[in-house]
Design a protein around this ligand. Structure first.
Ligand code: PEP
Ligand code: MG
Length: 755
């Protein structure tokens, strides 16, 4: 390297010696800046550390006025150092004074230095500080020099992250690395969770970043890359793993990245600059994260996840660590933090230790959310970069009510939440006291509250909550968490267990609703451009009658000697219902012929979740024994807004006239035909929405287990006829300005409803 003494490798080796010396943190930093300045033939080398208050403090300098150390503090929107911190990108200038953001700090005496090279001190893509060298002469820093300084910054990042510098800080001005963060997301599952971070797919912690032998490290890197490529090829060849469309796409992307020359080149360069293979992978990934996290293009950000995952796989190859060995150390009060998680992965954890879940992705109706709710785990989704910001063991609070996460919370926040937890416990006790109270409104209207369920873990809720029954049993969840198609005997076992747990209470089983966002990893399906509008649910059931038939057989056998309720999802035309019912009849005949016990009575219903059915209500009601509105899908299709796409999912209010009119159509048609109509989408789980549904004429709702208490507490105080008087005129309003949500909220407030 031109101008440098001994090159970056010598510098790194010397740094390692300094890191091992038993000196104070300040002495160590002072030695480091002297070493860097000498090695890079620079008159100045300074370290600035980002503080909790988001300012940058000068922590050490060689060349500038030493009295300015710990006194010079800059905002991140100020000066060249601020620029580097903000953009998380290196900045090399031969004439620093000419840069529009140059700001002169007289106490440092830096006016005589013309050239400036600043690199961000990064960890997992987050800025922890800035490392700067300056020269009097106007000079151009080479790529190699920039690279060398970035590599050196990595050593400083570890030093800052270790907490060693905290002792040097004034109270309230500690390094930002461990700063409390208040992260906003989307509330997925109600509840409050206080505990410690467990990364679902932990980043491999790289402790040894400085290499002894560059040739050896290059060989290790190359060997690991070779293994990584091979393992991806194997996964792609393995039919079992690569069947599902999305999975295959991801693997294809991995393969492309794993052969990307730019990526390889950057890592090899980093090794040549003196890093171990692990250190090189981490450095390149940290730079990539920093760059991509600032990208606004959602496609690029999505690719960042792939690259993160790939880098982690590479680190696993290098360190020989695998996932299963990391699983063992689950602490008490674990809060899982992940980019995303499958329902099966969540169920894999020891439930008794999990207090909360934080996801970077995840939508309010996605399936991991449904499982979290079933398990009673507080969950927040859409928390940007959660897994990058959290470190294993960090204290964290998950507020599944407000959709917020407090990472490393300060004492007062922790106390406030402890109080909230006590308050909730008191409220839960109040709900528990309502368990046996019938759900009857103040004006004497009976509104049955049923449960939504789908897994064995849901069953204790039936008695715990005092629900009237299970209004929706999502049978596909058993299929989604399995690694192969559940056999008839397994299905039969689950359905029997459900009926046993429910006892006298009715259970409505919904037949398999797969397709769309409900993917079975082991099932070969056709690739579709619009899976939500594609081959799914009853459509798939009718085209593959073997699958539907075996499920119906298991259901009918499980229901022997009792009443059985079966409903079909995604019915779009009555003819589909007729065909599905014919399969039930055929199965009944088959069981009868073979001498099996039969249900006492079979009720067959349809879900109303495709808008076309709104215009065939009389036809479907003359055939079906009951209807259940699936508002999650009905709203998605009414507004053409993908329920799992956060950008559009909450764009339209289901408490606005179009959706409410649709819900009313179904309730009124049910009354005309004297057939029961339920609503089982997530909507009914929210008390204010439940007021609207009661006012529209719904007399049975199916809600998540945690919502039975709050919804019942509200119902007991509700005057349905008064709510009707508020709501129904708004549905006749033709101005386009009616705001039923606001009107209902005002009504609830005026009537003292617990909402
Ligand atoms: C619905 O669509 O509202 C519904 C209850 O079904 P799922 O959420 O399982 O699609
Ligand atoms: Mg649905």
């Amino acid at each position: 390297m031109r101008g440098a003494l001994g090159g970056p490798r010598v510098l790194l080796r010397r740094l390692r010696e300094v890191m091992a010396e038993p000196v104070s943190a300040q002495d160590r930093l002072d030695k480091i800046v002297v070493l860097i300045a000498a090695n890079m033939v620079a008159e100045v080398c300074s370290v600035y550390v980002l503080r909790v208050d988001q300012t940058l403090e000068l922590y050490a300098t060689e060349g500038l006025n030493r009295d300015a150390v710990h006194l010079t503090v800059m905002r991140v929107d100020e000066g060249l150092v601020g620029h580097v911190a903000r953009e998380a990108e290196s900045l090399a200038l031969s004439d620093a004074h000419a840069h529009p953001e140059f700001s002169y700090r007289p106490e440092t005496g830096e006016e005589v230095y013309n050239s400036f090279l600043g690199v961000p001190i990064l960890r997992a893509g987050n800025t922890l500080g800035v490392l700067v060298v300056q020269n009097r002469a106007r000079r151009t820093y080479t790529e190699e020099e920039i690279e060398a300084l970035q590599t050196t910054a990595m050593v400083l990042a570890e030093m800052i992250a270790s907490g060693e510098l905290t002792a040097l800080a004034k109270p309230g001005a500690e390094p930002a690395v461990r700063r409390p963060l208040h992260l906003k997301g989307v509330a997925l599952a109600d509840g409050l969770g206080l505990g410690h971070v467990v990364l679902h797919e932990p980043r491999i912690k790289v402790t040894n970043v400085i290499a002894d032998d560059v040739v050896k490290e290059t060989a290790r890197l190359d060997a690991a890359i070779g293994k990584l490529r091979h393992s991806i090829d194997l996964m792609l060849e393995d039919d079992g793993l690569a069947k599902a469309g999305e999975h295959r796409d991801i693997l294809e992307a991995y393969r492309m990245f794993a052969h990307d020359r730019g990526w390889m080149h950057k890592m090899r360069e980093a090794v040549l600059s003196g890093l171990t293979a692990e250190g090189a992978v981490e450095r390149v990934q940290s730079d990539t994260r920093a760059r991509m996290m600032r990208a606004s293009d959602p496609y690029l950000r999505e690719r960042l996840h792939d690259l993160d995952d790939l880098a982690n796989r590479l680190l696993r190859e290098l360190t020989g660590r695998n996932r299963s060995s990391e699983r063992e150390a689950l602490p008490e009060n674990a809060i899982l933090v992940a980019r995303n998680m499958s329902p099966a992965a969540l169920l894999d954890y020891d439930r008794s230790r999990i207090r909360g879940l934080v996801l970077e992705e995840g939508g309010t109706t996605s399936h991991v959310t449904i499982v979290a709710r079933a398990l009673g785990i507080a969950a927040v989704g859409q928390v940007e970069n959660a897994a990058g910001l959290a470190d294993p063991g960090d204290p964290v609070i998950v507020d599944g009510q407000a959709g917020e996460v407090h990472l490393r919370p300060p004492g007062d926040v922790e106390e406030a939440y402890a109080e909230k937890v006590r308050f909730r416990a008191r409220r839960q006790a109040q709900y528990a006291a309502l368990r046996t109270r019938p759900s009857v409104t103040k004006d004497g209207v009976h509104i049955e509250l049923h449960l939504n369920a789908g897994l064995l873990v849901d069953l204790p809720h039936v008695t715990e909550t005092g629900a009237a029954g299970i209004g929706l049993f999502r049978t596909e969840l058993q299929f989604m968490i399995a690694s192969a198609f559940p056999r008839i005997s397994e299905q039969l076992k689950l359905y029997r267990a459900v009926l046993d747990a429910a006892g006298e209470r009715p259970v409505t089983f919904r037949t398999l609703d797969i397709g769309g966002d409900k993917v079975l990893p082991y099932m070969r399906t056709v690739e579709e451009e619009n899976p939500a509008l594609g081959w799914r649910a009853i459509r798939l059931g009718l085209d593959r009658p073997g699958l539907l038939r075996s499920q119906l057989r298991a259901l009918l056998r499980a229901g022997a000697g009792r009443e059985l309720r079966i409903m079909f999802p995604m019915v779009a035309a009555v003819e589909e219902f007729d065909r599905a019912r014919a399969i039930v009849e055929r199965e009944l005949t088959h069981l009868r012929k073979h001498g099996h016990g039969l249900p006492e009575k079979v009720y067959i219903g349809a879900m109303v979740e495709v808008p076309s059915l709104l215009f065939q209500l009389d036809e479907i009601l003359s055939r079906a024994d009951f209807l259940s509105v699936g508002s999650n899908d009905l709203v998605q299709f009414l507004y053409a807004a993908d329920r799992s796409n956060v950008r559009v999912a909450d764009r339209f209010d289901p408490l606005s006239p179009p959706a409410l009119r649709a819900f009313r159509l179904v309730a009124e048609a049910g009354q005309r035909h004297g057939k029961p109509v339920t609503l089982c989408g997530e909507l009914a789980s929210r008390p204010l929405e439940a007021v609207a549904l009661a006012a529209l004429g719904y007399r049975a709702l199916s809600v998540s287990p945690a919502s039975i208490g709050p919804v019942k507490a509200m119902m007991l105080e509700l005057d349905v006829s008064a709510a009707r008087k508020v709501l129904l005129p708004l549905l006749e309003d033709k101005s386009g300005m009616a705001d039923p949500r606001a009107a209902l909220a005002a009504f609830a407030k005026a009537s003292g409803l617990p909402i």
